[in-house]
Design a protein around this ligand. Structure first.
Ligand SMILES: [Zn+2]
Length: 292
């Protein structure tokens, strides 16, 4: 089974570019399941869990979604509830509707492969005009607690644009805060039983040159974002893949698709994660994207 996570940069793309991006996901990257952010799934998809952040506002008429392209798989959306209530059964809090899509991926035998979470760390705007993703991101991890803090070892996969990084050069007035908030978020992920799949697979890819983080080199960072989609922008990782241990045990590979075809369609690049649980593994077709 192949899962692709990708921020599709919906509001800054043309209609034709959006259509090419969805074709690239399905036919170029051969995703069985897509976890997308800043996205608006096209109508008519049979297996799609999606809610826009704000359908009435053109700036936020998009959100996170989970889409299945493989006809042998189906989705079962997890019920979402307000944070003022206590979750029962499969319910999961939803502090920021539209920023997370959560669904079980079910095969033809009715077996739940895993519960997938498509996550977007939406900016939170402060009174003085600054904006940070950390307040939203930390609330989202709180939402996921009922999913992850279970006696039985949960099978959970969390991926998306966290809008958080420890790569910030520590010279701005808020840099230390942003770095510390990001470290806290990653620590929370670990406490909740999630493992960093990029770090787990770091030996499979070259180290990121000139990474601005303060961690010992070589670090595990990758580039998933280009500021302004400029080639020369500081290499930045805003997108992450996390998995609970039972899901990690079935991991086959994790590939960051940092190539021309992807950058032509978004200011983020996709991450392709393969699992050993299906015969539908297929090679990535590189620049197979038509019309780019
Ligand atoms: Zn680094």
């Amino acid at each position: 089974m192949r899962i692709v996570t990708w921020n599709m940069n919906h509001c800054q793309r043309s209609e034709s570019s959006r259509a090419r991006a969805w074709a690239y996901l399905r036919d170029g990257l051969r995703a069985d399941v897509a976890l997308v952010q800043e996205a608006q799934p096209p109508p008519g998809l049979a297996q799609c869990v999606y809610q826009p952040i704000n359908a009435a506002n053109p700036r936020y008429n998009w959100g996170s979604a989970i889409v299945v392209f493989n006809p042998e798989l189906t989705l079962r959306a997890r019920p979402r509830i307000a944070v003022s209530k206590f979750p029962q059964g499969d319910e999961v809090h939803d502090s920021h509707p539209g920023t997370t899509a959560i669904a079980e991926i079910v095969d033809t035998d009715g077996k739940v492969r895993m519960t997938a979470v498509s996550l977007y760390g939406q900016w939170a705007y402060m009174p003085d005009g600054e904006c940070f993703a950390a307040p939203t991101l930390h609330r989202i991890f709180s939402d996921l607690s009922s999913l992850l803090l279970r006696a039985a070892r949960p099978r959970v996969f969390v991926a998306g644009d966290f809008n958080a990084t420890t790569q910030i050069a520590a010279d701005g007035p808020w840099s230390k805060v942003e770095i510390a908030e990001a470290q806290l978020a990653f620590s929370r992920a670990s406490v909740l039983g999630l493992r960093d799949v990029m770090a787990h697979t770091r030996a499979s890819r070259p180290a990121l040159e000139q990474c601005s983080c303060a961690e010992p080199k070589p670090c595990a960072h990758v580039r998933t974002y280009r500021n302004g989609n400029r080639t020369e922008s500081r290499p930045t990782q805003l997108d992450y893949v996390f998995a609970s241990q039972p899901v990690l045990a079935e991991l086959s590979s994790c590939v960051v698709v940092d190539d021309v075809a992807a950058w032509a369609l978004s200011d983020h690049c996709p991450v392709v994660v393969d699992f050993n649980t299906s015969a539908s593994l297929a090679p990535i077709q590189g620049d197979a994207d038509a019309g780019v």
